[in-house]
Design a binder for this molecule. Structure first.
Ligand code: MIG
Length: 816
């Protein structure tokens, strides 16, 4: 900022000062300019500091005592926090290229508008109240606004009318209204207001809470029982821009290994190597494509992390290599509670104790409490040294060929105590990042403990195998935890309402940065009916992580357990997922770059959907091109309407165009769906080029046949091919394949244009099959002007051509 600007800003109000801070950083660099200002307003009650990290991301900090608390964060890196956009002073605040920010010096009321003055987010009366160390912030809640995010909290997709607490809790047996459950992701998105979608991230690790008009219909309130008042306002105006920017702020989920997108079979527990072999054999003989089998706690010796019961699992290495030969990876659970087992040659305890890596009681003794291994001790993951020590413990498992790890119980869960967790005065020592080294109570660290556990695991794996993509799954986490682990929704139940809840949780997780998530297919407790398990397979096939899991003592829930008719349906859906792998993997890669979730609410790509008349509580999209028209009453046989956004759609299963019924609102048409057990309505947006491949039994297997490009003619017709080795980081060094394909429809003629290919990765296919849907005649087909053979199928209404691989720019035309 120039000196002239500086003086201008200073003259605005005696209580407002500006100060230069920071430089541009790579994470949020685009809009960042080196010299900038923060707005500091000294009110009677508190001092407020507003910084523009980018043109669209504001950070607000409020200091009741007048001095800002320590500037540190578990979620937002230092480099990101010091980024600044160029700001211009306005009458009582400042403006960025996208926003106007003003603060009332008397009340500290903050108003954020777009450049046209449309309110994005404005404070309510009494914007701030303080109650000892606790605080409440209040924002105006427009009637038209709806709220999403907060991770996998229960309730419907829309948070409006609800109130929620962030306190990571082992919520075994949770219902569709239990709160809190396992994760704390204090980030929500407001959709439908005058200034467009925006996000609010309250970066506070203590017991925090959010009230979306539950107490007062006109007030959005949130706060915490302590800790700094530090939050971010992320402007859109589209929901997609908010999510992308939130993941600019807290980090993107790294590209997962491709096998993580395959079908995954789990149970608490497969009790022996023989049982695992039997499960693998059955999956293969029943031809249910599978990529992963999970080992739950019983593979261990007396439930001790980093041990193996050698009676039941005589050679983990042998088992892993036998599975590898079948195209199946093994994932083992590794909980954080280390057995308090001195003098027994149990290395995790001995080395951890020697390094003083375990949490302390206030009196300085080691905190010990019962969990699976009996008396246990707990690593102090807020110390960089402890995370390093923990990460190193995975070496033997990696050497044995274990492909991924499952961090459970990291709320942390403690047995035999009504709070289900450790005492709030348990002592953590913070020694990491840009925090000042200090001790901290469990009350402060509780909600980030699980995330720091996965950080230790993830970073350990990356240190041991830098060129492999690490795979970690966690139950507890905090905002930004998507950088380290995928997640699942914990101990759900085998009920139809939990099937519905699982979709809503996965959709909200995706909006909250956790693009990779799963819910136990079939439900963890209770044992699913045959129909429920089948329906769950159908939905889960279109969600990011697809894992069948069930509790000990419940009926078996593997795909074959209900006989051949059910198996056939379940297999069909698993196979369909493998056919869609090129599309699904492309979405994973897109997510890693942009933050766009894999599974999305319909309004993510079709904003008008917020006003559709259908009950969309089970509708979602996979990427922007596939819409799953789920049944709002998933066990009901009654017909229900699916709202299809304007622009045209095809039935995914038949390839035929579907015409919904037009109503008054041109933004959508309505299609009546009669639900049946064997079917799930899935639609493809008109104007899609959808890559698919022949079915395989594992992502490790090379498909036999051409890459398929299904062309569904319509407007803005396009699709992408993305491929890499699926497991290493070589894609970052250029070993990928990316190709954009577009199509144009003119008077019944369709041309498909391949752009030039980027990257050095060689494809598995030699040929590409282009299948154009909704063709009413054969039509002449040419490739680069030369006639090629096209096969017209009058029943399917498709024209198919198989051409050699096309790495370069070329046009394929299907004449009228
Ligand atoms: O106290 O490892 O949510 O998926 O199977 C139960 C045994 C511990 C809870 C997890 C569940 C897992 C189970 N674990």
């Amino acid at each position: 900022m120039s000196l002239r600007h500086r003086r201008l800003a200073l003259s605005l109000s005696a209580t407002m000062v500006v100060c230069g801070l920071g430089t541009a950083t790579p994470a949020i660099a685009q809009a960042a300019a080196p010299a900038s200002t923060d707005l500091i307003v000294r009110g009677t009650q508190a001092t407020m500091q507003v910084a523009a990290l980018t043109d669209s991301i504001l950070r607000v900090r409020i200091a009741p005592g007048g001095t800002m608390p320590e500037d540190a964060s578990w979620a937002v890196s230092h480099a990101t926090r010091i980024a600044r956009a160029r700001t211009m002073p306005s009458a009582n605040g400042f403006a960025t290229a996208a926003l106007k920010v003003s603060v009332d010096p008397q009340t500290l009321a903050l108003t954020v508008t777009d450049k046209a003055g449309k309110v994005i987010l404005a404070d309510a009366a009494a914007p701030l109240s303080l109650d000892g160390p606790g605080f409440t912030l209040r924002k105006a809640m427009p009637q038209a606004e709806h709220y999403y995010g907060l991770g996998d909290k229960t309730g419907g997709v829309d948070r409006r009318g609800g109130s929620f607490v962030d306190w990571n809790t082992d919520a075994f047996g949770f219902s569709s209204s239990t709160d809190p459950i396992y994760k704390s992701i204090p980030f929500f998105i407001g959709v439908g207001g005058a200034g467009g979608s925006y996000g609010v991230f309250l970066d506070n690790t203590r017991r925090a809470w959010f009230d979306f008009g539950h107490r007062d219909d006109a007030t959005l309130a949130f706060g915490s029982n302590g800790g700094g008042i530090d939050y971010y306002i992320i402007a859109g105006p589209s929901t997609a821009e908010v999510v992308r920017r939130y993941t600019d702020l807290t980090g993107k989920a790294p590209l997962a290994p491709k096998w993580a997108l395959g079908y995954q079979q789990s149970r608490y527990s497969y009790m022996s190597a023989d049982e695992v072999r039997g499960i693998a054999d059955r999956l293969r003989s029943d031809r249910v494509p599978t990529d992963v089998i999970w080992l739950d706690i019983d593979y261990q010796d007396r439930n001790r992390p980093f041990t193996v019961n050698t009676k039941t699992f005589p050679s983990l290495k042998g088992l892993a290599s036998d599975m590898e030969a079948k195209g199946i990876k093994l994932i083992t659970i590794v909980d954080l509670h280390v057995a308090n087992a001195p003098n027994q040659g149990y290395a995790p305890f001995d080395s951890g104790k020697a390094g003083d890596h375990f949490l302390h009681n206030p009196d300085g003794s080691m905190y010990t409490a019962p969990v699976w291994p009996g008396p246990s001790v707990f690593p102090d993951f807020t110390q960089a040294q402890t995370r390093k020590w923990w990460g190193g413990l995975f070496k033997d498992f990696l050497d044995d060929g274990i492909a991924g790890f499952w961090n459970d119980m990291n709320e942390p869960a403690i047995f035999d105590t009504p709070t289900k967790t450790m005492p709030l005065d348990t002592v953590h020592r913070i020694d990491t990042d840009d925090f000042a080294p200090r001790s901290a109570s469990h009350a402060e660290i509780h909600n980030v403990y699980g995330m720091e556990n996965t950080r230790a695991t993830y970073e350990g794996l990356k240190t041991l195998r830098p060129d492999d993509r690490a795979f970690v799954m966690t139950r507890a986490s905090y905002a930004g935890g998507q950088k380290y682990a995928v997640t699942w929704t914990g101990d759900n139940s085998s009920s139809w309402d939990h099937l519905k809840l699982s979709i809503q949780q996965i959709v909200n997780l995706g909006l909250s940065g956790f693009s990779y998530s799963a819910a136990d297919v079939g439900g963890f407790t209770g044992g699913p009916s045959a129909d429920l398990l089948t329906k769950w397979f159908e939905y889960a096939a279109f969600t990011p992580v697809f894992r069948d899991h069930a509790a000990t003592g419940t009926p078996r829930a593997e795909p074959w357990v209900d006989g051949p008719a059910h198996l056939a349906i379940r297999r069909k859906f698993v196979e369909e997922r493998y056919r869609l792998m090129p599309y699904l993997y492309g979405l994973a890669e897109l997510n890693a770059r942009t933050g766009d979730p894999i599974t999305r609410p319909v309004f993510y790509d079709y904003p008008a959907a917020t006003a559709f008349s259908c009950d969309q509580s089970m509708a979602f999209t996979l990427g922007d091109k596939l819409l799953i028209g789920g049944n709002p009453k998933p066990d009901s046989p009654m017909a229900y309407p699916v709202c299809l956004p304007a622009g045209g759609w095809y039935d995914y299963w038949t390839g035929m165009p579907v015409a919904g019924v037009k109503g008054k609102d041109p933004a959508f048409t309505t299609l009546e769906v009669k639900p049946t057990l064997a079917d799930l309505p899935v639609f493809v947006r008109a104007g899609t080029i959808l890559p698919r491949q022949p079915v395989t039994q594992s992502t490790a297997e090379t498909p036999n046949g051409p890459l398929e490009l299904h062309v569904y003619p319509g407007e803005d017709c396009a699709g992408d091919i993305y491929l890499d080795d699926g497991k290493t980081m070589a894609f970052q060094r250029g070993a990928y394949l990316r190709q954009h394909v577009t199509c144009t429809v003119k008077g019944g003629a369709v041309s498909v244009d391949f752009a030039g290919r980027d990257g050095s990765f060689a494809p598995w296919w030699r040929e590409i099959a282009v299948i154009v849907h909704a063709r009413d005649r054969a039509g002449r087909v040419t490739l680069g002007g030369k006639a090629v053979k096209g096969d017209w199928d009058a029943t399917a209404r498709t024209t198919t051509v198989v051409v050699p691989d096309q790495p370069g720019r070329v046009r394929l035309t299907f004449a009228r």
